[in-house]
Design a binder for this molecule. Structure first.
Ligand SMILES: C[S@@+](CC[C@H](N)C(=O)[O-])C[C@H]1O[C@@H](n2cnc3c(N)ncnc32)[C@H](O)[C@@H]1O
Length: 270
């Protein structure tokens, strides 16, 4: 049984819950999009002590597989699963998902402010895996503004003389996202630990769902997925094991409700 929600809005509900407990309460084939940005096993302290995020390779991957299987179960046919992580972990996560879902993309997001470790290359990207449960039920091609030079304001790329032929709404989004550094600038963060730029879950949701669809994120963090879902008119179910105050703060501009939204109620029938 899930605890009572900490927050209910017009679009969704937030639970202070372990991811497996949350997912276990969700009905089969009921969610249009799962966005998962789990801890990376790097010993970060999310409130449970750093050892909670230092399982070691075998235990970490076994844990990931247990919640990934639950994500596959709750996705509706054509639903989308996005998993954000380090390339190192995404290799095993992707291999596990290959027999269960259909691969769509490995999206690379440029990573800034890192440093080379030992005998390795300088790590310059994180990955966002995108799988669907069979052929996608929704897919929207997104556009991004034509990149400009931050010094002179002119185009930062040469379009081979075809600049005027570019779509005025911008360039098609590719699987290489260099316009957003993955971790939010300190100034915009609502908490100290990792928090994504809202643009990242927002794009995933816009790409793979339609208004009214249900989005689930079992690793709430600072609540960037829930904010994006609420703004985009999607329903959402959120969970976070540690401190939920940053999420409550971020969502405080959305009026709270007494009753769960109908799609959330329907999905939590299990
Ligand atoms: C990388 S952060 C997510 C950040 C989030 N995407 C954002 O943009 O703010 C991972 C979160 O998962 C939470 N977490 C760790 N273990 C968990 C578990 N077993 N169940 C639910 N949440 C967990 C951590 O407390 C942390 O807030």
């Amino acid at each position: 049984m899930l605890p009572k929600p900490l927050l209910v809005t017009a679009g969704g509900a937030l639970f202070r819950s372990d991811c497996l407990r949350l997912l276990g309460a969700v009905a089969d084939d009921s969610v249009a999009c799962v966005f998962a940005d789990p801890p990376f096993d790097l010993g970060k302290d999310y409130g449970g002590g750093s050892r909670a995020d230092q399982r070691g390779e075998e235990a970490y991957l076994a844990w990931c597989k247990s919640w990934l299987d639950e994500c596959c179960r709750v996705l509706m046919p054509g639903g989308a699963l996005f998993v954000y992580n380090l390339p190192r972990w995404l290799l095993s996560i992707g291999a596990h998902l290959l027999g269960r879902l259909e691969f769509r993309h490995w999206i690379a997001l440029t990573m800034k402010s890192t440093y080379p470790r030992g005998q390795r290359l300088y790590p310059a990207h994180y990955g966002l895996l995108y799988f669907t449960k069979g052929p996608p039920r929704a897919f929207h091609k997104l556009r991004v503004p034509v990149p400009v030079c931050r010094h002179c304001g002119g185009d930062s790329k040469d379009y081979g003389g075809h600049r005027s032929a570019l779509n005025p709404e911008g360039l098609s989004l590719t699987d290489f996202w260099e316009d957003t550094s993955p971790v939010r600038h300190r100034k915009f963060k609502t908490r100290a630990a990792n928090e994504l730029k809202p643009m990242i879950p927002r794009r995933a949701i816009e790409m793979s769902t339609v208004p009214g669809d249900l989005v689930l994120d079992p690793f709430g963090g600072g609540g960037s997925t829930y904010e994006a879902a609420e703004e985009l008119g999607r329903n959402w179910i959120g969970g976070e094991l540690a401190d939920c105050a940053p999420i409550l703060e971020r969502l405080s501009r959305f009026p709270s409700r007494a009753r769960l939204p109908a799609p959330v109620r329907a999905a939590l029938r299990r």
